[in-house]
Design a protein around this ligand. Structure first.
Ligand code: D41
Length: 683
């Protein structure tokens, strides 16, 4: 083999590996092998620089910093995309299309479904790639649609974009359009870095992607985790493309370009709307940010019949999710007291529709956050609500600040019991110092005690707890077991049947486990996992009560702070009093036998659960794993040991494959849980 053939062979191998790794998400060879081939090519290029070509896989980063970006004219204009803000507008879009496509006559109107290619609408920035003879020669931003900026040097650093198309006879010219975006995980990581380096974090992945592509120094772009999905072609010379959008996407994929795996073909607008719903449900688990879905008439012939209105095709529409950010007026700031006394300021808002629901309240976290935002009563604020998370106030529209507003005065005494407020945990959390003298803390600790993963007392909801405390029927959790039928029945809205059911549930809860009991007590810093660890190690409540700090700290997950909290809790006479009351009332748990712990497959391992589970609820699987010493986290990373996949797993499973993490199904999980049954009771 001569030198030139050697070059070509190495380059071809690397292109193939890149394609499998970045585009197909299906690596061909281990990373070490990739590195070897890469270094071989580098060495050869150093030895014979005359053979070095710009489309070599080694040449992604190499350009020098620019002083500015050149303007470039697109070969064919980049169109814009009309929006549908709700279902009605989406249906109007379909109706217009059917009217244009159909021969007139009401008899045809019914039952005629347009075929649509449907795809997520990525929240990145539109880019046009220009391939000549299969080689990437230019990449440009959309700009005004006619002219954009030449960002070739930066786009070349995106690993999933082929510098040369995978085709033996590539088209003379091919313009490809798509969205460059920053995956959510990469965005989080980048912002962590920005903060560590004292730089301003990016507001969202879209801004981060745009900022990264607009770096004059390609080395900076190269360090940013960018990716691209292609969704359309511009000018094409020298090949015949398939006559449908879906066929074209497949053709692009075949020559090495990355296509969104969620795109699909459906018949009619109802199916489009169902697709939107489906993608909406998956939204939080997708690896990238989307702000809607795009419906495109699939047939190119029909697209041509439909044509354009100004710069937007009549055959495509972006159906947007409801905005996740809106403005509204902050009417008041209330301060709530939690179970451990932490004071949480809550924004009372003029009701606003955001993220698909009407929001009245939003969290303001703590005093420091209020200070950081300088948010004042009367301000117009920005409210953010994504998925099912609690709405947050993320900013103030200073332009709209009325005159004479005052900075918020965080209370110095507890708004419920009047005790002093103290600041702890690095000055971030304000706490009421009233402990169980504070009604709010007592109510919250009772609510925690009866909750599902604690003592699990069915029928003792938040409102009823408030009522029972307000009426003086219970003072602490120990009083729950002394509740009498007569007293309950005298309460408003408490029928005989519900009073009986409640008493039954209370009775039933007496039989519990040590871990649940410990968790229910609400010891600061002791969540379910830690409660399980304590129960397994110490086996009896007495052992825990008398444990030394060293002994506590010898356990996994327990550091000096948690150890301190546990010891302080069991030193308080009122806590011991309550525990005695509970035990005297008959709360009990089976003894934990000390068993030899086999080398567990689970202990100390990190699990991620994804997809719909059939054998467990997600909560049960999580608790069972935690009880056996595993950590269960929400995100797949290099540290993850196992990803448990149920039905329709989504991107976490993909990521696990990419990272080479063990993927197991529910049956296997069940087996693992059974094998490691080192504890006599299930926590
Ligand atoms: O994901 C997207 N952001 C997306 C944008 C998409 N999936 N498809 C798109 N299709 C088009 C047409 C139909 C005009 C080829 C688009 C865009 N345009 C687009 N992005 C920015 C302006 C237009």
């Amino acid at each position: 083999m001569n030198i030139s053939e050697q070059f070509e062979q190495l380059r071809q191998s690397l292109r193939k590996y890149d394609h499998h790794y970045y585009v197909l998400d299906d690596p061909l060879v281990p990373d070490a092998e990739y590195d070897r081939v890469f270094r071989q090519l580098l060495a050869l290029e150093e030895q014979y620089p005359q053979y070095l070509t710009p489309d070599s896989p080694t040449q992604r980063v190499g350009g020098k910093p620019l002083s500015h970006f050149e303007s470039v004219q697109h070969e064919m204009p980049m169109l814009s995309l009309a929006n549908a803000m709700d279902e009605d507008e989406a249906r109007d879009f379909d109706r217009r299309i059917r009217q244009k496509l159909e021969k007139p006559g009401p008899e045809n109107q019914a039952g005629f479904l347009v075929e649509y290619n449907v795809e997520p609408k990525l929240d990145g920035l539109a880019i046009s790639l220009l391939y000549k003879q299969g080689v990437l020669v230019r990449a440009a931003t959309r700009g005004d649609g006619q002219t954009g900026e030449d960002v070739t040097q930066n786009v070349r650093t995106i690993d999933s974009i082929p510098l040369r198309l995978l085709s033996d006879n590539p088209p003379e010219l091919l313009e490809v359009r798509g969205e460059v975006y920053m995956p959510k995980a990469g965005f989080e990581e980048l912002n962590r870095k920005q903060k560590n380096e004292g730089k301003k974090p990016f507001a969202n992945p879209r801004n981060a992607a745009a900022g990264s592509l607009r770096q004059l120094d390609p080395a900076i772009s190269a360090s940013r985790p960018l990716d691209m999905f292609c969704y359309a072609v511009g000018k094409v010379d020298g090949i015949d493309l398939p006559d449908s959008q879906s066929g074209r996407l497949a053709a692009l994929k075949k020559i090495g370009l990355r296509i969104c795996p969620e795109s699909d073909v459906v018949q009619g607008i109802d199916a489009c709307l169902a697709y939107m719903q489906d993608i909406g449900n998956k939204r939080a688990t997708l690896a990238y940010e989307i702000d809607g879905v795009v419906y495109k008439v699939n047939s190119i012939k029909q697209q041509q019949t439909l044509g354009f209105v100004s710069r937007a095709p009549r055959w495509a529409i972006a159906h947007k999710f409801p905005a996740q950010e809106e403005m509204t007026v902050l009417e008041a700031i209330d301060v709530q007291v939690g179970r451990t006394g932490a004071l949480t300021p809550v924004a009372r808002l003029k009701p606003v529709f955001v993220g698909g629901v009407t929001v009245n309240n939003a969290s303001l976290h703590n005093a420091a956050e209020i200070k950081r935002l300088d948010v004042r009563v009367g301000d117009t604020v920005i409210v953010h609500r994504a998925g099912d998370v609690i709405p947050k106030v993320t900013g103030v529209v200073l332009d709209r600040r009325p005159e004479n507003t005052l900075a918020f005065d965080f209370p110095a005494i507890c708004p419920v019991c009047g005790s002093d407020v103290v600041v702890d945990e690095g000055g971030v959390i304000e706490r009421c110092s009233g402990g169980l003298f504070c009604d709010a803390q007592r109510k919250q600790s009772i609510k925690h005690f009866v909750s599902r993963n604690a003592m699990d007392i069915d029928g003792l909801g938040d409102k009823l707890v408030d009522l029972l405390v307000d009426k003086g029927l219970i003072h602490d959790v120990g009083d729950i077991y002394g509740l009498q039928f007569e007293a309950l029945q005298n309460l408003e809205r408490m029928a005989e049947k519900s009073a009986n059911n409640l008493l039954k549930a209370i009775e039933k809860s007496k039989q519990t486990s040590l871990a649940r009991f410990l968790y229910a007590l609400g010891i600061p810093q002791v969540g379910e996992t830690t409660a399980g660890i304590l129960a397994n190690h110490f086996r009896t409540l007495e052992n825990i009560e008398s444990a030394s700090s060293e002994e506590l700290q010898s356990l996994e997950d327990i550091g000096p702070i948690v150890a301190q909290d546990v010891m302080v809790f069991f030193k308080q006479s009122h806590n011991l009093e309550v525990i005695r009351k509970l035990v005297n009332a008959g709360v009990h748990w089976p003894a934990i036998e000390k068993l030899e712990q086999p080398d567990s497959e689970i202990k100390g391992k990190i699990f991620v659960l994804t997809g719909t589970l059939r054998l467990f609820t997600r909560n049960d699987a999580k608790r069972a794993l935690q009880a056996k010493g595993a950590k269960v986290t929400g995100n797949v990373s290099a540290k993850t040991d196992y990803v448990v996949v149920g039905d329709n797993p989504g991107s976490k499973a993909d990521k696990a494959v990419k990272l080479g993490i063990a993927i197991i199904d529910e049956e296997r999980l069940q087996q693992m849980l059974a094998n490691t049954d080192f504890n006599a009771e299930d926590v």
